[in-house]
Write a protein that binds this ligand. Structure first.
Ligand code: ZN
Ligand code: ZN
Length: 138
């Protein structure tokens, strides 16, 4: 009988690689909450106050808007596409900061606070004078 020797060659799996993958700790930089505390808009007439995002005529977050006047604006928190809320402006006569409420200011070519309108009522057109008279009766 031919008993051929069978040489079993076992594959040598002798690689004991040290599984040493040094964990690459990526430097996860903490995003610092470096947002400046917002400045507060305060109406000098009714004391309405709210933090505002921008003062001027072209809010950077609402590129499609150009305001008629320099104004205090805040981003509209309910708008995803750059909506904004105009809060108030400076009286062009006395410089007081007033909100856009009809009780605090009006816009007639420029922004005026209501005390200034009352003081200079003669300089305003009759429809505004009428408007003021009506308000007084209310
Ligand atoms: Zn006001
Ligand atoms: Zn004024």
């Amino acid at each position: 009988m031919n008993t051929g020797k069978q040489t079993l060659v076992e594959p040598v799996l002798d690689i004991t690689e040290a599984q040493s993958f040094p964990m690459a700790y990526s430097n996860i930089e903490k995003e610092e909450n470096s947002e400046k505390p917002k400045e507060i808009f305060v109406c000098q007439n009714c004391r309405f106050s709210v933090p505002y995002d921008y003062f001027g005529r072209r809010p950077p977050f609402s590129k499609s808007f150009v305001l008629m006047e320099e104004a205090f604006v805040m981003k509209d928190p309910f708008s995803a596409d750059g909506g904004m809320i105009t809060l108030g402006s400076n009286c062009s006569s006395c410089g007081a900061i007033v909100c856009l409420s009809q009780d605090c200011s009006l816009f007639y070519t420029k922004r005026f606070c209501l005390p200034c309108v009352k003081r200079n009522l003669r300089d305003f057109p009759s429809e505004i004078i009428e408007e003021m008279k009506r308000k007084r009766k209310e």
